[in-house]
Write a protein that binds this ligand. Structure first.
Ligand code: SAM
Length: 192
């Protein structure tokens, strides 16, 4: 099993604890659709899932994956940057979202130059935090090992660290004990 897969599994294990049937969840980077499918299965037909990606290919792959499993009626995909998360979801779902996943970097098996970027990721994270329900969580899988991923991971590490300890419960899971190791940042909102 490679580290990328095991980090994804770590995220799923954490999410399983907080995302129940009827919940509301967002995949901020749908990619190949593995995470979207997972959260769609968790919330079931009475829940809601929203997905974002800037690549048409990712939206199509994810929709096809959902179609294969008949999990479609609770999921809506947006072909746009997660920088628009508040614009798309703020009015109807502000303060109601249970889980928001970010799995950063590039689309596996595709163009490795199309990657998430520090500035837009941080903007989306600040918006995401305001959309969370009480006890809701954000998971961020970050990969400092690819070009650009180091700068983005540094920015997220600093952002995560400055979040107020009385408002958020914070945790970081490292996949290995080295600077370039992929890691999972977890934020749980403790207040309304
Ligand atoms: C590591 S992949 C995501 C893996 C995915 N969650 C899965 O389960 O297969 C990262 C994805 O982020 C997307 N991405 C890059 N910049 C983005 C942005 N600003 N907004 C939304 N998605 C973005 C890429 O197109 C890519 O598909």
């Amino acid at each position: 099993m490679n580290k990328r897969i095991s980090l994804t599994m770590q995220a799923h294990l954490v999410i399983q604890q907080y995302l129940k049937a009827g919940g509301i969840a967002v995949d901020a980077t749908v990619g190949n659709g593995h995470d979207t499918l997972f959260i769609a299965q968790q919330v079931g037909p009475t829940g809601k899932v929203f997905g974002f990606d800037i690549q048409q290919q990712a939206i199509e792959l994810t929709q096809a994956r959902l179609n294969n499993t008949n999990i479609t009626n609770n999921t809506q995909l947006f072909h746009t940057s997660h920088i628009n998360i508040e614009k798309y979801l703020g009015t109807d779902f502000g303060g109601k979202i249970n889980v928001i996943m970010f799995n950063l970097g590039y689309l596996p098996g595709s163009d490795k130059s199309i990657i998430t970027q520090a500035e837009s990721t941080l903007s989306a994270l600040n918006q995401a935090i305001s959309l969370l329900a009480k006890s809701g969580i954000i998971t961020i899988a970050a990969y400092p090992g690819h070009p650009g991923g180091d700068k983005e991971t540094d920015a997220i590490k600093a952002w995560h660290k400055q979040l107020a300890a009385d408002k958020y419960k914070l945790k970081t899971i490292y996949s290995a004990n080295k600077e370039t190791a992929p890691r999972l940042y977890i934020i749980q909102k403790l207040t309304e």
